[in-house]
Design a protein. Sequence first.
Length: 198
Amino acid sequence: MKSIDAIAKKALEYKEKGLSEKEIADELHLSTETVVWLLTRGVKGGQPPKDVKIGWRSLGVFGNRIGFVGAAMTDIILEELEKRSLDADAIVGIAINGIPLATVISEELGKELCIYRPSQERHGKGGAFSSNYASVEGKKVVLVDDVVSTGETLKAAVADVHAAGGTPALAVVLVNKTGHDDLDGTPLRALIRARAIA
């Protein structure tokens, strides 16, 4: 596992390249709060927030591995939809790391693919759906992302699905670092749950 110094160095490199704290958090699979601490720890000091660093590069470098993980997530989606007597019309991939997983799941299920881009520039107003892919309007959708750290990105996506005239049926992620089983009324399932025990 990388040392905190190595992670802080990587966070600073991303900051110097112009990435926002949220974008750095997405790249490092950490909460934004942890990234802020990493970037300012020499200035503010203090204890780091409780967080778990998720590294899934060994999965992400080969398409077939993403396919295997996507197949497992597809199985969870089918199980959850059946349990709740629900159906879905489309799969929403949340940029950036949810997109490859959502693409595999969309193919496995034969459902339309929608792409959601979170945005901090919209001043807390969520993000936007790409017009190059399917629309969520009038559809029941499954949201797919890699890691839930605070849930803010998925909550914004759920709100934006509603605002665009869609219905979020389910959210599925690779790793859930929260204790949440739903986000704003949308059931949340994960392939892996990570919990801090202290």
